[in-house]
Structure formats: C-alpha cells, structure tokens
Design a protein around this ligand. Structure first.
Ligand SMILES: Cc1cc2nc3c(=O)[nH]c(=O)nc-3n(C[C@H](O)[C@H](O)[C@H](O)COP(=O)(O)O)c2cc1C
Length: 166
C-alpha cells in the first residue's frame, strides 16, 4: 500500500476478530519494531509479546477494556531508561525511542491489514507486576494486535494552518 494511503487509513481499532494472525505477519511487525531508529542507536527498549488466550486475567489488570484482549496478541513496548541516550541537559530519550518503536509496530500492522490501538492509559503498577519489570524498565505503551472488526472512520485533525508555528 502507498505510504500516504497507509497513514490515512490507519485508525485506532477498538473492535477485533478473535481469529489468529499469520506468523509471518507477526514476524514482520516485530521486525519493524526492531528496525526503528533510536537516539544514538542505543536501542533502549524491550518488547513484551503476549498471547491473549494465555494472559487474559493479567492483561485485564493492565488495561480493563474488553477489546484489549479480543485479538490473539498484545504487544507492550518497554523503555530501558539506563540504556538510553541522555542529552546534555539531562533529558533521557528512552520514552521517545519507545514511542517510535510503537509507531513502527502500528504502521507495519496496518500495512498487513491488521488493527492496533495505542494504549497508554494502562495501570503502570499492574503492568510492572505482571511483566516482572525491574525499576530501570518503564512500560510505555501497549497495543492489541489482530484482525480489525470495526468500520473505517473519518479522521478528525487540526488543519495544517493551525499546526504551523506562526
Ligand atoms: C500516545 C498515545 C496514547 C494513547 N492511549 C490510548 C489509550 O490508552 N486508550 C485508547 O483507547 N486510545 C488511546 N490512544 C488512541 C488515540 O485516542 C487515537 O490515536 C486518537 O484519538 C486519534 O484517532 P486514530 O488513532 O483513530 O486516528 C492513544 C494514542 C496515542 C498516540
């Protein structure tokens, strides 16, 4: 699919089919995550790839929405703060890197006709417990991954004129 069309069509999917996705599609999505750029190429992230069928209760603790566990997979992107590039003023870039990784996941999934939805409104304490994360590893975002069951929607966005700095 043409890239402009891909980003125009991608939308947050909050209704999924429950059937499996191809292993090859999952592999492509994870490869897109692996290839994401990171500040100074530090790659300060880890991926939690969770089968919903095996982790329903754990995942409901992390984010309690029925659609979160409808599809076969949930992927979490975790920032490893002490592996990240830190700017002179002390700004740690681990979360920026993790966000780029998640966007690669989301766009690669859309390219395969798969649905995703960025989820940051999760319970960070539950996520830490469920995934057994040490203090230096921060859960940044999760997404369900599977076949979408929703209909296309119009995008609501500011105009470019509103976004350009005057
Ligand atoms: C950083 C970030 C966090 C988000 N967190 C959530 C969330 O916790 N739950 C949710 O349903 N949607 C979440 N979203 C999805 C946004 O609501 C959605 O991207 C936005 O409304 C635009 O809609 P679209 O993705 O369909 O174009 C998040 C999106 C981003 C980029």
């Amino acid at each position: 699919m043409d890239f402009q069309e891909l980003i125009a069509r991608r939308q947050s999917v909050r209704d999924y089919r429950t059937d499996p996705i191809d292993d090859a599609d999952l592999a492509r999505v994870l490869e897109a995550a692996r290839l994401a750029p990171t500040a100074c190429n530090k790659q300060p992230f880890r991926l939690a790839v969770l089968r919903t069928a095996e982790r329903r209760e754990d995942l409901a603790r992390i984010y309690h929405r029925p659609w979160f566990v409808q599809p076969p997979w949930v992927i979490g992107v975790l920032a490893v703060n002490d592996e990240a590039w830190v700017r002179k003023d002390g700004k740690n870039h681990a979360e920026i890197d993790a966000a780029i990784v998640m966007d690669h996941i989301v766009l690669a999934a859309a390219d395969r006709g798969l649905g995703t939805c960025w989820v940051c409104n999760f319970d960070p304490i539950a996520a830490r417990e469920v995934l057994g994360l040490p203090p230096n590893v921060e859960p940044v975002a999760f997404t369900p991954l599977g076949h979408p069951a929703d209909a296309p929607r119009d995008k609501i966005r500011k105009t470019l004129d509103e976004l350009l700095l005057k």
